[in-house]
Design a protein around this ligand. Structure first.
Ligand SMILES: NC(=O)c1ccc[n+]([C@@H]2O[C@H](COP(=O)([O-])OP(=O)(O)OC[C@H]3O[C@@H](n4cnc5c(N)ncnc54)[C@H](OP(=O)(O)O)[C@@H]3O)[C@@H](O)[C@H]2O)c1
Length: 272
C-alpha cells in the first residue's frame, strides 16, 4: 500500500471513510474494505460507529499492527481528550490508535492545553500520532507554534475546493493532509469534466477525482463507500496516472465548493 511517510507518521495514502455507516452495515463494510486491501480506517467518536468499526476490524482477521486507525475527539470535548480517547479505545476494543485528531477547533478551549494533553497520550502509546482536522491555515500555524508534534490536518479537499493556503503551511512543517469528502459526498462522480477525462483512461469520474488527490505530495484521501464495487474502484484509483492535459482541465474547475460547513466551522479563509 502506498504510504505517506513523515517525521511523525507512516499512513496509507488511501483510507476508508466510515461517516454515516452504522451498526452491522458498518462492521461488514469495514471487514470488506480490509479484505480488499484497505489498511487505513477513519472514524470519530461523533460517528457513533466505533463499536462497529472495531467489530469489522476483528471480523477481518487482520493483525492490528498492519492497520492504520484514526479517530477524533469532538470539539465540545477538547478540555479532556484523555477521557475521549479512553472511551473510543474501549468502544473499538483497541489498545491504541494510529492517529488521534481534534475533530473541529473550539475557540472556547485553549488549543495549547488540548494539544499538550494529546501529546501525553502519544507519549503513553495510546495514540501513535496526533493532529487536527478542519484547521484553516492560520490556525494550523498556531497549532504548530505550540510545539506539539502535529502529524496531520484532515480537511475537506477535492477537485472543486482549493486548499492552497493550508497545504503551504502543512508542507512547510512536514504535516500530512488527509482529504475528506474527496468525492464531494459522491456528487463529483458525475461531473462532466471528470467523466470526459475518465473516458480517455477507461476509468470513472470518481477515480479521476481520487487520482488527482493521491498524486499530491503528502496528501491522503478517505472516500467512504458501503458498496464493494465502489470500494474496489476507489482502491484502483491508486494506479491511475493523470496527464498534464487532465490536470489542466481539473485546474479550470471551480474551486470554492464546500460540502461540509456546519454552524461550528471556523472562518475558512484565514490567511496564515
Ligand atoms: N473530519 C471531518 O470533519 C470529516 C467530515 C466529513 C467526512 N469525514 C471523513 O471523510 C470520509 C469521506 O467523506 P464523505 O463520506 O463525506 O464523502 P465522500 O467519500 O466524498 O463520498 C461518499 C459518497 O460517495 C459515494 N461513492 C463512493 N465511492 C464511489 C464511486 N467510486 N463512485 C460513485 N460514488 C461513490 C458513496 O456511496 P456508496 O456508499 O453507495 O458507495 C457515498 O455516497 C467520511 O466517511 C469520514 O470518514 C471527515
Amino acid at each position: 500500500m502506498h504510504l505517506i511517510e513523515t517525521a511523525h507518521l507512516a499512513m496509507p495514502k488511501l483510507g476508508f471513510g466510515t461517516w454515516a455507516l452504522k451498526g452491522a452495515d458498518c462492521a461488514r463494510a469495514v471487514a470488506e474494505a480490509i479484505g480488499l486491501g484497505y489498511r487505513h480506517i477513519d472514524t470519530a467518536e461523533m460517528y457513533d460507529n466505533e463499536e462497529a468499526v472495531g467489530q469489522g476490524i476483528r471480523d477481518s482477521g487482520i493483525e492490528r499492527e498492519r492497520l492504520f486507525v484514526t479517530t477524533k475527539v469532538w470539539w465540545t470535548n477538547l478540555a479532556d481528550p484523555a477521557s475521549a480517547l479512553a472511551a473510543s479505545l474501549k468502544r473499538m476494543q483497541l489498545d491504541y490508535v494510529d492517529l488521534f485528531l481534534i475533530h473541529w477547533p473550539n475557540p472556547a478551549i485553549p488549543l495549547a492545553r488540548t494539544l499538550a494533553a494529546m501529546e501525553v497520550l502519544k507519549e503513553r502509546g495510546l495514540a501513535r500520532a496526533i493532529g487536527v482536522a478542519n484547521f484553516p491555515a492560520a490556525l494550523l500555524q498556531e497549532a504548530v507554534a505550540t510545539g506539539a508534534p502535529i502529524a496531520c490536518n484532515q480537511i475537506e479537499y477535492h477537485v472543486m475546493l482549493s486548499q492552497e493556503p493550508v497545504l503551504r503551511v502543512a508542507r512547510a512543517h512536514d504535516i500530512a493532509v488527509t482529504a475528506y469528502s474527496p468525492l464531494g459526498k459522491g456528487g463529483l462522480a458525475d461531473d462532466p469534466v471528470l467523466a470526459g477525462i475518465a473516458r480517455r483512461h477507461g476509468a470513472t469520474g470518481a477515480q479521476v477525482a481520487l487520482a488527482w488527490l493521491l498524486e499530491q505530495d503528502r496528501v491522503a484521501a478517505i472516500p467512504k463507500s458501503g458498496r464493494v464495487e465502489n470500494m474496489r474502484a476507489n482502491l484502483a484509483a491508486l494506479d491511475l496516472r493523470l496527464t498534464t492535459e487532465d490536470r489542466a482541465a481539473i485546474a479550470a474547475l471551480p474551486k470554492t465548493r464546500r460540502f461540509v460547513n456546519p454552524a461550528w466551522s471556523p472562518v475558512w479563509d484565514q490567511a496564515a
